[in-house]
Design a protein around this ligand. Structure first.
Ligand code: HEM
Length: 185
């Protein structure tokens, strides 16, 4: 039989060096109150008072505040109401034949001479990376405006397209406008 006996909790409290005075609350409640009052652990320094924002101390510069707000390069061209990206997405979903293929294959060969015949705003085709698209329906939705695209209608617009936005996903945006594949006459 062992001679060792665990000290009772009262005895342990009496012999402990200098523990904080016991709380009259049940231990779980006392713990939660202590948490609220002292959210940091004992090893952390107390929170420092927050200094006022540096900007608050700096008087407004009249030259700067008098300037006009900077115009985002994204706002170079303002689309008409109802011609935003989501409107284009809705139109695509609702229209069975925006490219006006009339049942022809989207992979049919389109000779360069045929492409050249479609150079007007309401019957405008362009070639991009070897694929021909009927972009008439897209013109009012083009974020860069219709005007900039007009001179490219009826021809290969790949160079101009890449000049402004080579990263734009052509198929994702105007894949439904595909007429065919550009071929030489
Ligand atoms: C079907 C073909 C095309 C599609 C799907 C298309 C799509 C787009 C998109 C999504 C933007 C916005 C880009 C952005 O905010 O970063 C844009 C802007 C623009 N696009 Fe196109 N585009 C097409 C053809 C063209 C062509 C052929 C030209 C030039 C002749 C052109 C000239 C521009 C210009 C100048 C902007 C404005 C760029 C800016 O504000 O920085 N786009 N286009």
């Amino acid at each position: 039989m062992s001679s060792f006996s665990a000290p009772s909790s009262a005895a342990a409290a009496a012999t402990a060096p200098s523990l904080p005075s016991p709380s009259p609350l049940p231990s779980s409640q006392a713990d939660s109150q202590a948490e609220e009052a002292r959210p940091y652990c004992d090893t952390m320094p107390p929170p420092r008072p927050v200094a006022p924002a540096a900007s608050a101390a700096i008087p407004a510069n009249p030259k700067v505040s008098a300037r006009k707000p900077a115009v985002s390069p994204r706002q170079k061209f303002r689309l008409a109401p109802g011609f935003g990206l989501m409107d284009w997405v809705r139109l695509k979903a609702a229209s069975p034949d925006l490219a006006q293929r009339g049942g022809a294959s989207p992979s049919r060969p389109v000779p360069r001479s045929e492409l050249a015949e479609h150079g007007s705003q309401f019957d405008g085709w362009i070639a991009l990376r070897g694929v021909v698209y009927n972009v008439s329906a897209y013109l009012p939705y083009h974020p860069g405006g219709a005007k900039v695209m007009l001179p490219t209608l009826g021809g290969d617009a790949t160079a101009e397209f890449d000049k402004f936005h080579r990263w734009v996903a052509i198929e994702g945006l105007v894949g439904v406008l595909r007429v065919g594949v550009l071929v030489e006459d």
